[in-house]
Design a binder for this molecule. Structure first.
Ligand code: WT7
Length: 710
């Protein structure tokens, strides 16, 4: 890696902004050797099949898991040092004599190999392009499929290097510097992953906001991160429906002080035609949207940039990105992930969990706006030199066979989706997947919520032809990558269970009240982790106190997940729910507080309480209880308006399915809403409400049952 660094420094001297032309990528490629980590060749396309559960006692691979897991826990510093040297290329490698892990969970100051220098974009692209004397540059890095099944593009590692470099140069050209926060509010077009990688290349911190969030929510995130740069697109496209992203960005700038804060709005055009480049100009006349003074037409700007940008030298603990996620109270938290540890954990888990092998086409169909998209659409496969598949549309367009059609046409080997998608596709019957050749598949993944055994079996039998391993991957925005999952060919599958901890993850079950470790099997408690791991978020942006309070001080010495679990008699973990007021709707994490604050934004709403209700497809749906101001009357229009408040305050995906207008809410005498009572009522479990004697007015319960019970 030192020699590559030297070559890059030479490139820097004649870099993108000097008048001397930058060396072409191919010149760079041929003059350097590679240090890319290569994936193993697939063994005669042997499926990475996992044993069924009852094979556990005789399975030798399983005992290798136990040994390796035990080692990774007893000497984590050595374990992660070895993995880091194996999987990443450094400008300055971590010194061998130092401990890899600094700080502790107690103090909340965890660092992984601080002082080591690397660039994540270089690791995701350049070194694979340089591999095999530059031949690696012809490997396919990314396959993209647009809204229309016929709209596909693919990019080799060389092409990625050029395009990402051009975007990086465009960002610099617009004033983005190392350490600046760049808010990305984009549809799933190739430029979305490319812009994330371009930020990483120049040391800017990306803050991707899911394009389903409203202007209010986007504006709040721009403000909270004090982001001076926004990258967006004129429109998004989903099942032919156009989403006016640029208009939403315009709106978001009217919130807080964003008009003054934001310097530049860089806008890609969904239907930009590169072949008309000569006629295209950067002036506003030609733009397909109403250009404002801060707006920059990104496509023509990017196209005229030099195709090489020197990657910035970053410390392992420099910020890589911020991602906002919901908590039980207040505003969403901006979780901060750093360079070295996150990259290591993304690379490590992608290869381990999905048994990624050379030439594999890896399709994670999540949106880049969520952590799953960050780790497993953008970083994971590319850090391993694999091919990542990026999908713009929905599983229902043009019909419920879209996923299976894509698997057939692109010969996808690993397919990764959420239980909610599986459950909704199941409804269309087995005959749909039967129409397609799905034999390229070897591993199927599930993420976002517990997968019910019925959906698990359908996925395993009808999509995986009872031959593929189904991995049930449990993790969180905070953990950076999988922390509990089965491993193909190594650990057994158990439908409904995310099974066992990943290497390097020291899970414990704690008694929620006492915080004592619960030993043994067939036990319940809260899930916590006893040792730091590379992918863990280091802080909440600008609010380390909240980070400590949410994750580290509730049970001192442990990272607290917020999830309750059951460890069965074989020691396998089942996630049973959350201990806080966080909802999981179709795999989207939504805070009750955000929805409630949107509802009380309506002038006729005095108070609101939001709970999750079990839903056969979405996992949970949102039920809201509202108390109106004196004299206000319930009406259908009012219900619609309240839903609109949530759509504009949070986003359409957070719209409640049920709004119950009620004369009052079940409050304790100290004024706390007893959400537990509301949850039971909407779930149809009013016969097991438990103790309601602390309610200020217990008679409200019958009124609510009458109005809201299913
Ligand atoms: C919460 C994290 C991490 C990617 C997507 C969601 C739930 C996630 C599973 C699973 C049971 C799961 C947990 C967790 N969850 N994966 N395989 N089995 N529950 O990320 O938005 O940060 O949500 O999703 O409750 O805490 P997120």
């Amino acid at each position: 890696s030192q020699s590559i660094f030297a070559a890059l420094l030479t490139a820097a001297c004649v870099g993108a902004f000097s008048t001397t032309p930058a060396p072409s990528t191919s010149a760079l490629l041929s003059s350097t050797s590679s240090s890319s980590t290569q994936l193993c060749e697939a063994k005669d396309h042997e499926h990475a099949a996992s044993p069924v559960y009852d094979a556990i006692s005789t399975n030798t691979a399983f005992s290798s898991y136990q040994t390796r897991h035990a080692e990774s826990i007893s000497n984590p510093s050595a374990f992660w040092a070895k993995e880091a040297h194996k999987r990443l290329s450094f400008f300055t490698p971590p010194p061998k004599s130092h401990p890899t892990i600094h700080g502790s969970l107690e103090k909340g100051d965890v660092k992984f190999f601080p002082g080591a220098k690397l660039n994540v974009c270089y690791n995701a692209i350049d070194r694979h392009a340089l591999a095999r004397n530059g031949k690696g540059g012809n490997d396919v890095a990314m396959i993209w499929e647009g809204d229309e099944p016929t709209d596909t593009k693919s990019f080799t590692y060389n092409e990625m290097l050029e395009k990402v470099s051009q975007i990086a140069n465009a960002l610099k050209n617009q004033g983005v510097k190392k350490g600046d926060v760049v808010t990305i509010y984009m549809p799933m077009i190739p430029e979305l992953p490319m812009t994330m990688l371009a930020c990483a290349r120049i040391g800017a911190v990306h803050s991707v906001v899911f394009a389903g969030f409203s202007a209010d929510a986007l504006g709040a995130r721009i403000h909270a991160s004090q982001s001076q740069f926004v990258v967006t697109a004129d429109i998004g496209l989903r099942g032919t429906k156009k989403i006016p992203l640029k208009d939403i960005v315009n709106d978001s700038l009217t919130k807080f002080d964003n008009e003054n804060l934001v310097d530049k709005v860089m806008v890609y055009e969904r239907f930009y035609d590169d072949s008309n480049e000569d006629e295209e100009t950067e002036d506003s006349e030609a733009a397909p949207y109403d250009m404002k003074p801060k707006d920059i037409r990104m496509n023509p700007l990017v196209n005229k940039m030099k195709p090489y940008c020197v990657p910035e030298v970053m410390d392992a603990e420099d910020e890589l990105f911020i991602l906002y996620t919901s908590g039980s109270t207040g505003l969403p938290k901006g979780l901060v992930h750093t360079t070295g540890g996150y990259a290591l954990y993304a690379a490590f888990t992608t290869q381990t969990t999905f048994n990624l092998e050379k030439g594999d086409i890896f399709a994670c169909v999540a949106d880049c706006g969520w952590i799953t998209g960050h780790t497993y659409v953008v970083y994971g496969a590319l850090l391993n030199g694999g091919t990542t598949f990026v999908f713009e549309s929905t599983p229902m367009y043009p019909d419920a066979g879209r996923y299976w059609d894509m698997i057939q046409r692109h010969k996808i080997n690993v397919f990764y989706t959420a239980p909610t998608a599986i459950r909704s596709l199941m409804r269309y019957g087995d005959s749909i997947p039967k129409k397609y050749d799905l034999s390229s598949l070897k591993v199927l993944g599930s993420v976002g919520e517990p997968i019910n055994p019925e959906a698990w079996r359908w996925y395993y039998e009808n999509i995986g032809n009872s031959k593929c391993t189904v991995v049930d991957t449990y993790w969180q925005t905070e953990t950076g990558g999988h922390i509990v999952t089965n491993i193909p060919g190594v650990t057994p599958m158990k439908p409904g269970s995310c099974t066992l901890p990943m290497y390097g993850i020291d899970t414990v079950v704690l008694d929620a009240q006492t915080g004592e470790v619960v030993e043994g099997n067939d036990v319940e408690g809260v899930l916590a982790i006893r040792q730091p791991w590379p992918g863990m978020a280091r802080t909440c942006l600008g609010d380390h106190k909240r980070y400590m309070a949410t994750y580290l001080t509730q049970y001192p010495g442990y990272y607290f997940t917020g999830d309750t679990v059951y460890r069965d008699s074989d020691g396998f973990i089942f996630v049973t729910g959350r201990c806080d007021d966080v909802l999981n709707v179709s795999g989207h994490r939504i805070g009750t507080a955000e929805v409630e604050s949107a509802l009380v934004g309506h002038p006729l709403v005095a108070q609101a309480a939001v709970v999750g209700k079990p839903h056969p497809i979405k996992g949970q749906s949102i039920s809201a209880f509202v108390m109106l101001v004196e004299g206000a009357e319930e009406s259908e229009d009012l219900i619609k308006e309240m839903k609109m408040e949530v759509r504009s305050g949070v986003g359409p995906f957070a719209s409640p399915d049920q709004i119950v207008v009620s004369p009052s809410l079940p409050m304790t005498r100290s004024g706390k809403i007893m959400r537990r009572v509301l949850r039971k009522i909407v779930a149809g479990e009013a016969d097991s409400l438990g103790d309601v004697s602390t309610l200020a007015d217990p008679s409200i319960v019958d009124v609510l049952i009458e109005k809201a019970a299913p």
